[in-house]
Ligand binder design. Structure first.
Ligand SMILES: O=C(CO)[C@H](O)[C@H](O)COP(=O)(O)O
Ligand SMILES: [Fe+2]
Length: 208
């Protein structure tokens, strides 16, 4: 089984001048992990880095030193994914592998057994508040069918209006930026996302 349904608020849209307080606010609201789209340093043990950078090789050690738990890089940004996966592991972090909307899932498949999490981007990487791309859901569904125990994350435009599509397709790790950060009640948004996701996962396991 994948590691249960987890909700990771994206801090990209938060008050960056008060990053520490924003992270604590999210953890206090029930976040399972924090999805960080920019390098930062912290001792907390729930930081999953989404590295939207060219040459992701150069940030592995700094992120490990900063206390990141997981290092997600874009398949499009490296010529040697195998070596990078090995380096991330040797630096004590879990491995996430992301694909942009224009990349087909067949490129990711050969690496699926070597990674902890696949990230299917549901917007073009860059900034928060973009429109969710529903046409990415077949990728999630295909991955879930082929790799039932893989953690599969979606990132971009995910919130109460779009979570059902993600959950039904098989995503179990949910990044949500604006929908959580802009809510007056982040806890209820996090709970809703997790409940929809867990119900879909439970239904899948009953159907098998
Ligand atoms: O990787 C990202 C942007 O490329 C962010 O994680 C993402 O945009 C989250 O924000 P929102 O939920 O508002 O789309
Ligand atoms: Fe992200």
């Amino acid at each position: 089984m994948a590691s249960g349904c987890k909700i990771g608020p994206s801090i990209l849209n938060s008050d960056l001048a008060n990053l520490g307080a924003e992270c604590l606010r999210m953890l206090d609201s029930g976040a399972d992990y924090l999805h960080l789209d920019a390098p930062c340093s912290s001792g907390r043990s729930v930081f999953y880095m989404h590295m939207m950078v060219s040459r992701p090789e150069q940030w592995v050690k700094p992120m490990a030193v900063a206390g990141a738990n997981q290092y997600t890089f874009h398949l499009e940004s490296t010529e040697n994914p195998g070596a990078l996966i090995k380096d991330i592991r040797e630096n004590g972090m879990k491995v996430g592998l992301a694909i942009k909307p224009g990349t087909t899932v067949e490129y990711l498949a050969p690496w699926a057994n070597q990674i902890d999490m696949a990230l299917v981007m549901t917007v073009e990487p860059g900034f928060g508040g973009q429109k969710f791309m529903e046409d990415m859901m077949p990728k999630v569904h295909w991955l879930r069918t082929q790799f039932p125990s893989l953690d599969i994350e979606v990132d971009g435009g995910v919130g109460p209006d779009t979570i059902h599509k993600c959950a039904e397709a098989g995503a179990n790790m949910i990044v949500s930026g604006s929908a959580i950060m802009r809510s007056d009640d982040p806890r209820s948004v996090i709970n809703l996302l997790r409940n929809v996701c867990s119900e879909a996962a439970q239904k899948r396991s009953l159907d098998r």
